[in-house]
Design a protein around this ligand. Structure first.
Ligand code: SF4
Length: 408
């Protein structure tokens, strides 16, 4: 087992390493080995924060877990998420594994050749492409310099064959991903390096998603051993998902991170997948239906089809299934700027909004304003509603602008 296997546990080599080690997972669970706690943390962080990185720090540099615990925590996490018996949980888990993996790839690529060391093994982009059978489907925009040690950084743009491009990307990521808006030549689509990483994230997600959920007889064998951990995760999910649903849409009380994302989309700028996920999770989290989110975002770069896809996935028939990522995760993505240090007040944007709503004297729900204006649905409605929020803001009604600090 080496650190690279543990960093990318879904790679074929890592799976072989686990098989070669011939470790008995049931015995590991029975012995309550560190891999079990790390596996539980992996799932918890995935569902709550959209990452599987340990809270103790980034692997391998800062994490308290060693290579074996980190590597074996992956199959344990897959068993745990299977036992949760929830399709959205599996989707969220796979997405978090993929997001973490691509963050690690990004860090590996950013490391200068000279700084790459044996003690901190890194992957090259070619390794990742080969892992997903994309070596022939992705070509640098301009020929690389002659290969060899220290041959330099990866290029800024690539050409991706149309087939893999369509399989790994989604129009729901924004208009710029649509084929009609892309440079196309010789059956290949031009993408930036960052966009290629987004596509690779989708490939990782697909790989992680494969084979889940496992068929495991409840109450027997490893499922019985993991029962307590599964119960904890379910409890956590229900507490985070259903405690005090807000169901109030007051754009003037949105946290700055969400307001910034909405304003960015209103400038017709595409949101990155994490940005779009955070915004959709927030809007669904405050009780908006897919139709309402579509209307609310009518004058933005977000298209109705993509919004519907994401919001359906985020909701179940009891309400919001998953909260938006935490402030800490949003800060890591550069989405949160923690204005006035208000991260001290709440751990996630939904909790922050909840406090602002609780502190406000009077709130006019955007949906009621919509109804009053006769906008109802469609483009006009969304635009007016949005403006409505800002007009209220400008009116300076002190009752509606209480800060969460005041709510404390
Ligand atoms: S601290 Fe939290 S709520 Fe505030 S802007 Fe950052 S992510 Fe949003």
């Amino acid at each position: 087992m080496d650190a690279l296997d543990a960093k990318y546990p879904f790679f074929a080599a890592a799976r072989e390493a686990v098989a070669d080690a011939a470790v008995s997972l049931p015995k590991l669970v029975a012995a309550d080995a560190p891999a079990v706690e790390r596996g539980r943390e992996r799932v918890e962080r995935a569902l709550m924060d959209g990452t599987v990185e340990s809270e103790s720090g980034t692997f391998p540099a800062d994490s308290e877990y060693d290579v074996q615990a980190e590597l074996l925590s992956y199959p344990i996490a897959r068993i745990l998420v299977s036992l949760l018996d929830s399709e959205p949980a599996i989707e969220k888990y796979a997405a978090a594994e993929a997001a973490t993996a691509v963050d690690r790839v990004r860090d590996d690529l950013a490391a200068d050749d000279e700084l790459r060391s044996v003690s901190t093994p890194t992957v090259a982009l070619d390794d990742v492409l080969a892992e997903f059978d994309l070596a022939d489907a992705v070509r640098p925009d301009s020929p690389r310099r002659a290969s060899g040690a220290g041959s330099g950084r990866d290029p800024a743009h690539y050409w991706v064959d149309v087939g893999p491009y369509l399989r790994l990307t989604s129009p729901s990521w924004g208009a710029s991903w649509r084929l009609v808006n892309r440079a196309l030549a010789d059956g290949a689509v031009r993408v930036s390096r960052e966009e290629l990483l987004d596509a690779l994230e989708a490939a990782v997600e697909e790989r992680v998603r494969e084979g889940l959920p496992f068929e495991l007889a409840a109450g027997e064998g490893i499922a019985a051993e993991l029962e307590e951990g599964v119960a904890d995760l379910k409890r956590l999910l229900s507490e985070r998902s259903y405690a005090g649903p807000i169901d109030v849409v007051a754009p003037e009380l949105f946290p700055p991170c969400m307001t910034n994302l909405i304003e960015k989309a209103e400038r017709d700028t595409d949101l990155s997948p994490p940005e779009s996920f955070a915004l959709m999770a927030f809007l669904v989290g405050i009780g908006m239906t897919p139709d309402e989110v579509v209307a609310f975002c009518a004058d933005t770069s977000l298209d109705a089809e993509g919004i519907r896809y994401q919001t359906e996935y985020l909701k179940d028939d009891r309400g919001t299934q998953y909260p938006p990522p935490t402030c800490e995760t949003l800060a890591n993505y550069g989405i949160c700027h923690n204005e006035a240090d208000h991260m001290q007040v709440a751990a996630d944007p939904l909790a922050y909004y909840e406090k602002r709503v609780a502190a406000a004297d009077e709130i006019a729900d955007w949906r009621d304003r919509e109804g009053d204006e006769g906008g109802g649905e469609g483009d006009e409605g969304g635009g007016e509603g949005d403006e409505g929020g800002r007009e209220d803001d400008e009116s300076g009604d002190p009752g509606e602008t209480a800060t969460p600090d005041e709510a404390e």
